[in-house]
Design a protein around this ligand. Structure first.
Ligand SMILES: [Zn+2]
Length: 219
């Protein structure tokens, strides 16, 4: 590098050739260096002078493909499932957690029940996953009593708390048909899984996204 900060280019070949200029975008590079940190936070690091050599990040145009792909999710299967024709005919259940931030009562899990017919949902918070069984009995009693309908089919994934002996026995003796979705295929349990994402977005920062879902929180 010369004194005036210019890189001299030594051209030795006598033949004609074309040159292509390539500009390396600093903002994208720093976005990658900081593990896909967002523009605003990079700007903050610069403003507070916390990183040696970090330039001021201005480019809003630069789009990081990896960040976009990282936010993709698979859609539920549509053809494999049926829709209920009456309340509680089919109930979807799913457990989510542990959440990064516990609730006021120090509960880090929640169980979600979605009525397939009305799409109404109920959320109960749990300290341990093992509370799922007693919560389910509570939900069943409440739902059946309030609606005047019986719970007929329960659709869950194969999580240990749903396929325990006591859980299976209870469903059998109460005439509840089980539908277990395949492991690692949340598409089959799409209804309950989608509602999880309404309550906890991918970054796990917010517990409840909308007032609509907050209405049904009981636990
Ligand atoms: Zn990125």
């Amino acid at each position: 590098m010369t004194a005036n900060k210019v890189f001299p280019l030594l051209m030795t070949s006598k033949e004609n050739f074309a040159l292509e200029a390539e500009k390396v975008d600093g903002s994208l590079l720093w976005h990658l260096r900081y593990g896909h940190l967002n523009q605003r936070s990079l700007q903050l690091l610069h403003q507070k002078n916390m990183v040696v050599g970090l330039p001021s990040i201005h480019s809003e145009k630069e789009i990081c493909e990896d960040c976009i792909f990282g936010k993709f999710h698979r859609l539920p299967f549509s053809q494999s499932s049926w829709r209920a024709k009456a309340p509680l005919e089919l109930v979807h259940a799913d457990i989510c957690g542990p959440t990064r931030t516990p609730s006021f009562n120090n509960k880090r899990y929640f169980i979600l029940f979605v009525d397939d017919f009305s799409r109404m949902m109920w959320v109960y918070f749990l300290e341990q996953k093992s509370e799922a069984f007693s919560i389910f009995k509570q939900f069943k009693a409440f739902g059946e009593n309030q609606s005047g309908h019986n719970l007929k089919v329960l659709r869950t994934d194969r999580g240990g708390e749903f396929i325990s002996n006591e859980f299976s026995e209870y469903c059998k003796s109460n005439g509840i048909k089980r539908e277990l979705t395949a492991r690692y295929t949340p598409q089959q349990n799409g209804v309950a899984e989608r509602r999880n994402r309404t309550i906890v977005p991918r970054d796990g920062k917010k517990h409840v996204e909308s007032k609509e879902s907050a209405k049904y929180i009981l636990g």
